[in-house]
Write a new protein. Sequence first.
Length: 285
Amino acid sequence: MKIAIITDIHHGPKSHTKQTGWDGMATMETFVEHANAIGADLLLDLGDHISDTDHVTDVRAATEVANTLAQFRGPRYHVLGNHDVTNLSIADNEAIFGQSMASQVFDLGAARLILWQPDVSIGLPGGFAPTTDALPWLIETLSADSKPAIIATHVPLSGHSQIGNFYFENNYQYSTYPDHAAVRRAVEATGNAAMWLSGHVHWNTVTPVAGIQHVTIQSMSERFTTSPAAANAFAVLDINNDIADLAVHGNDPFQARLAFRRSGDRPWLKPMGPFAESLAELENA
């Protein structure tokens, strides 16, 4: 199974670190051409399609993204990012991309794809709201089937370090949800998740936690890791049996070969307590 992945396109006017005058249309077209050429089984878009400006500009930019990705000759799945809902409603995005933007699950045969869509609006100065209302659906969906599940969200929930990240080293609260640890524990308890795919943080990472491979994919438009050029990033995830091969293309290349199986198949040992407590127990034995 081949999954073609793109994220954080940020199509539209210049913003943040985007190169002056840079137009991502060519990279999107290259991505779709590559996905078609390799016979990808599906296209997965992890959100932040646009750089938000105003309603009219955002509708135009999102429509251009949707029309370009629609050239893929297979099923397409989209999640929303924070920039996608600044000036556009969820209904606007659904009309533009021709897909529900609610949480959904899709049977891929040997695995399942879960598009989980908690609130992606960023509040200032607090960041994202907790996933309280959306989490029960995710846990119920994971528990309903023992096939290894791929969870796709815009925002990562690994809790991984942001040291060195242009945006989030000094703004960690905006890089994930405040209840990310509780979400991980609930997901891990089902034993049915294998991989978690996200964007948002604009770099390539793999963070294995309790048997689940948390992966973030570089933004197509980013250049803080590739200056002065844009990253022009997109990825292909090739899953065969219990191995997942990830290749990120563009100016920030990245490759990883990962185990792909339900986290419950080989549960990790529960982390030990503080060393000081262990030493005290030995001394008192």
